[in-house]
Each structure stands twice: as C-alpha cells, then as structure tokens.
Design a protein around this ligand. Sequence first.
Ligand code: NAP
Ligand code: G4F
Length: 348
Amino acid sequence: MDVAGLREAKLAKKALITGITGQDGAYLSQLLLENGYEVHGGVRRISHSETVRLVGLGIDQDITFHDFDLSEQNSIVRAIREGQYDEVYNLAAQSFVGSSWDQPLYTSDVNSMGTLRILDAIRTYSPHSRFYQASTSEMYGLVQEVPQREDTPLYPRSPYGVAKVFGHLMTRNYRESFGLHGSSGILFNHESPLRGEEFVTRKITMGLARIAHGSDRPIELGNMDAKRDWGYAKDYVRGMYLMLQQDEGDEYVLATGRTHTIREFATWAAAELGMTLAWEGEGQDEVARDTSSGKTIIKVNPAFYRPAEVDLLVGNASKARDKLGWEAEVSVEELARMMARSDYDAAT
Ligand code: NAP
Ligand code: G4F
C-alpha cells in the first residue's frame, strides 16, 4: 500500500514532533511524511521561525499543528492525552548555548523540566508512545575521553548542557522505572542550509554570501580555536527515526568521528564562493583575508567569547552503526560548500 493508501485506511503511524519549526523538526517531518506517517507538530504561539522552514520544504500543508509550549504543563498534557501518538520526538529546546548564560532559569525550565513534563504525560496518559529525547554532545563539555561514546562521563560546561543532562538522565530513569520506550540521541553538531542563523556555521556562510555579493563588512567571530564534529542534519534525523524503530529504548551517539576547526569550515565555505582565505595574526588580532581581493573576510570580536568553552568534540558512533545501521553520509567539506552555495543563491 502506498503512502496515500496508508493514510486513507488509517493505518499510518502517528507522530508528534515538538520543535517542529526548527532545523531538525523540518527534516524529520519530511522523513516521516515520506514514510507514510501522520505528522503533528507542537508550535509556540510566539514562534520565532513560524513555519518558514516547513514552507520551504513544501510540507507545511501536510502537518497538523497544535499550540504547544514546553514551559506550559497544560499544553503538553492536552497534546499527549488527546493525540495518543505512536511516536513522540522531543526536539524543542532553547537550543543556543551562548544564550543559556543570559537565560539560565528559562533554559533550565524548558530543556530539563520541559522534558520531564512530556515524559510524565506519556507515562500517565499514553504509555504506549515511543519517546525520543534530543540529547547533545554539549553534555560532554570538558571532555573526559576522546572520542566520546555513550558511556563517556558527562561534564557539561553551560547552563544549556547541564539542563540537557537532566533530560537525558530522566529519559533513562523513566525507561528503567516505568518501562517506557524512551531513547536519547546524543547528537554531535549537525548543520544544513536550514540551520539557525546564530550558530557559527550559518553565521559564516551567510556572511560569506553577503561579502560575495559585494559587502565590505567582515564576519565577526568569537573563539576560533574550538573544534567540532559537524555532520549534515538530514543524516541525523534518519538516526532519530531508526532509534524509535528498535524493540527497546536506548542511548546512541550520532557523529561523523572527525573533528575540524572553525577556520577549516570557513576556508571550505569561502572556496565554494571563489575566495581563498589566508589566516594571519593570533588571538584577538587574528584575521582571514581573501588572497585575490585582499579584503578582510573574518575578524575576531571578543563579545562572542563564552564564559566557558567546549574546546573539542568528536564522537564515536560505532554503536549506532552496529545496532541501527546508521552512518553519516555527507562530509563536513560538502556540508560547508552546500551551505555557502545555498546562502549565496538565496541572496541573489
Ligand atoms: P532549533 O532549530 O533551534 O529549533 C528549536 C525548536 O524548539 C524550535 O522549533 C523552537 O520554536 C522550539 N522551542 C524553543 N523553545 C520552546 C518552548 N518553550 N516550547 C516549545 N518549543 C520551543 O534546534 P535544532 O538545531 O533543530 O535542534 C533540535 C533539538 O536538538 C534541540 O533540542 C537541540 O537542543 C538539540 N540538539 C541540536 C544539535 C544540533 O547540532 N543542531 C545537536 C545536539 C542536540 P520557535 O520556532 O518558536 O523558536
Ligand atoms: O555553532 P555554535 O553556537 O554551536 P554549539 O555551541 O556547539 O551548540 C550547538 O551544538 C550542540 C551540540 O554540541 C547543540 F546541542 C546545540 O543545541 C547547538 O546546536 O558554536 C560552536 C563553536 C563554539 O565553541 C563557539 O564558541 O563556535 C564557537 N564560535 C566562535 N565564534 C561561535 C562564534 N559560535 C557562535 N554561535 N557565534 C560566533 O560568532
């Protein structure tokens, strides 16, 4: 039976995605729709991005939206009790690490208590629902082992990371205490042309696109020594989906296993737009210039430094490979080029 037939015969699985307006929510919606799911999305009334990403993918008309806020217990209980979903993906969060020092209470409430509110609503009103929690490599923070695996000790370095540890451990606790089918995906950084504009990769590719179209304003960045394990968001939502198709809930790292500097990412993205970056100076005086035009493309602004840094992230996804058959397919260089090209084309 095809997708339309499944829906007609009411045989389609039903999923709720919180954070559906975000990067991962958009790609996961697309994947579930392709797999014949009936997709429902939780949306805040004061959504920042509204449904612009879903409109861009041409799938907004195929989704049923519900008022939903992780800080509002009633909206969560109503959604879970009335929906009786087969699968619930909790992607909603205050997801920007940098803001979490300015908004530690809000970040903690949304990212930790918000997760617990969903878990408890599922336990009480819909115990058959399978649950996915968006855990993060940021939980490893000051890394205790390289590369990081599912059992690497956690040492978060931001209010965001601390709050995510709570959600991660609560998901484990509800699985062990109540037999809930709950899984946590410990996802390393994943990016795409739909990435939020405040994150470093998108900030770089949007800035490069602006410069390639004639702007003289350099891109201002903070700590350029950080290293990240960057993958492509579309690969990572496939991993989320696979986790909820297993017989038991569990915890899985999704990562590429390779780590790169911000300088490398920027150099690849710039090359896609015809610029060759040369890096000069150190610390706050570091700049990147385009060797052919002589223009300054990137400079440091200490305003973007963080109170505590996560210097190095690199994941070992061998458990996901062995048990889920999952692997990252897009390299970081392809990703950097894809994002730069997309931002350049969008700005024409
Ligand atoms: P994103 O683009 O920033 O999307 C976050 C989503 O959460 C948005 O839909 C946002 O809605 C929603 N949201 C924020 N506060 C909310 C609240 N109080 N109640 C309900 N919804 C709320 O994030 P993403 O990159 O797709 O990431 C998805 C999840 O994975 C997040 O939980 C993030 O922390 C986690 N994660 C991401 C990465 C990564 O590299 N991308 C890695 C590891 C883990 P609005 O449109 O209203 O703002
Ligand atoms: O792109 P970022 O803001 O991502 P970060 O902090 O790693 O967080 C992202 O990945 C996490 C997974 O590890 C997710 F859980 C989280 O939700 C989010 O999606 O920053 C990456 C690095 C940092 O070390 C930061 O200090 O880039 C450095 N950086 C340097 N200059 C900058 C800038 N980051 C931003 N956002 N803006 C800058 O100007």
